[in-house]
Design a protein around this ligand. Structure first.
Ligand SMILES: [Zn+2]
Length: 168
């Protein structure tokens, strides 16, 4: 039982006890004293009820917040269903799922930064390449439009146009 409810129940019990005192009182003075105490107990009880109301309201708000969080979590879970952590040829880790787009099956990559913040953001190609000096290969580049990060993706068959250095 919550503390606020226990306090209200205790005040209620004391108030009921005072009614018994009044009904068995023998003198006017006894009745007056008990009535005065009864009034004061009723005021306490009223204040306890207000406190109880506040406690219930704050718990309702907490429940609503938690329900919204659960819904958000479940929504994210549903939308990321089937995505698995995947390492690309560049070494970049992304969340990937093969999806049918039109007639073709394409690998859809989600931004790992946004994913960790429970935001779904599909990586889009920039059209540029990144040169990897370690492998001497060019890599496709993708950008997350959610957090603006740029990622090196898989190996591209791009080769830079060869040009001759003219000597004078
Ligand atoms: Zn992102």
């Amino acid at each position: 039982m919550i503390a606020e409810l226990s306090a209200a129940m205790a005040a209620l019990k004391e108030t009921a006890g005072l009614v018994k005192v009044i009904s068995s009182a023998k003198t006017d003075a006894e009745i007056k004293a008990a009535t005065f105490e009864l009034q004061s107990k009723l005021i306490t009880l009223q204040s306890d009820c207000f406190t109880l109301g506040d406690a219930v309201r704050s718990r309702d708000e907490e429940v609503m917040l938690l329900k919204a969080k659960i819904a958000e979590f479940e929504d994210f879970k549903a939308q990321t269903e089937g995505y698995v952590l995947n390492q690309l040829e560049s070494g970049t880790l992304v969340y990937t799922k093969n999806q049918t787009v039109g007639d073709a099956e394409v690998a859809v990559h989600l931004c790992p930064n946004c994913h960790s913040k429970r935001v779904i953001s599909i990586l889009q190609p920039t059209g540029d390449t990144a040169y990897d000096a370690h492998t001497n290969k060019y890599l496709h580049q993708s950008r997350c439009h959610g957090c603006n990060s740029i990622f090196s993706m898989n190996i591209s068959n791009y080769s830079p146009p060869s040009f001759t250095i003219s000597s004078y």
